[in-house]
Design a protein around this ligand. Structure first.
Ligand code: SAM
Length: 212
């Protein structure tokens, strides 16, 4: 279902500058319409964020693509995602051959997505809790992707990143952020690159925003 729409979306992402074939291939295969509520399914292949309930969103496909491209990971890498949401981003990473660990703080979203992963047979390790403190038990990670906007880069996540690993995280105000890409050079040295103008829902937690 929706094959033609998916192909058009991939074409659109190429025009917008996404070059990594492994990312484009995964986005061609993973069926985004299965990760959104039925009411918004007809819009699943438009390049826009969509509501998934509980005041949360599934990110815009272009944002998923640019963040995944920025991670720059080889198959079999260990990736930690903060903010499971619909599960779409995690499914893209899994399709690319990664070992995926994901944390969600909202129990309703967590259980709903866990059910979906089971139904689709996706082997993704999930945890319910505050992702700003990471997942010590499985650290270090080759990649960390934070899919909610943070006021700063959580220290625990920096620690749990492997040397030569990359973290992609939107950092800034409560409503607009700069995509920040960190490469860990050594235990306390990072290279930082930035891409402006993103708008994520807030990362709520010990090292994130306070709940309003
Ligand atoms: N990656 C998701 C996807 O593919 O649908 C999109 C995530 S949505 C933009 C942000 C998610 O982050 C929400 O589900 C929200 O509940 C969650 N979140 C916010 N703060 C969090 C935290 N500290 N730890 C874990 N999840 C968090």
């Amino acid at each position: 279902m929706y094959e033609k729409e998916r192909e058009e979306l991939i074409q659109n992402l190429r025009v917008k500058g996404i070059k990594d074939e492994s990312v484009l291939n995964a986005m061609l295969k993973v069926e985004r319409h299965l990760f959104v509520p039925e009411a918004v399914r007809p819009h699943a292949y438009n390049d826009i964020a969509l509501p998934i309930g509980y005041g949360q969103t599934i990110s815009q496909p272009f944002t998923v693509a640019i963040m995944t491209e920025a991670l720059n990971l080889k198959p079999n890498s260990k990736v930690l995602e903060i903010g499971t949401g619909s599960g779409y981003q995690a499914a893209i990473l899994l399709e690319m051959g990664m070992k995926v660990y994901t944390i969600e703080r909202n129990p309703d979203i967590y259980y709903r997505t866990q059910k979906l992963f089971d139904k689709l047979g996706l082997r993704i390790l999930m945890k319910l809790g505050d992702g700003t403190i990471g997942w010590e038990e499985y650290a270090p990670f080759d990649g960390i992707i934070v899919t909610a906007g943070s006021p700063s880069i959580p220290e625990k996540l920096k620690k749990q990143l492997a040397v030569n690993g990359r973290m992609v995280i939107p950092v800034g105000g409560r409503s607009t952020q700069t995509m920040t890409i960190l490469t860990k050079i050594s235990d306390d040295k990072f290279r930082i690159e930035k891409i402006p103008h993103f708008a994520f829902v807030p990362l709520i937690g010990r090292e994130g925003w306070k709940e309003e």
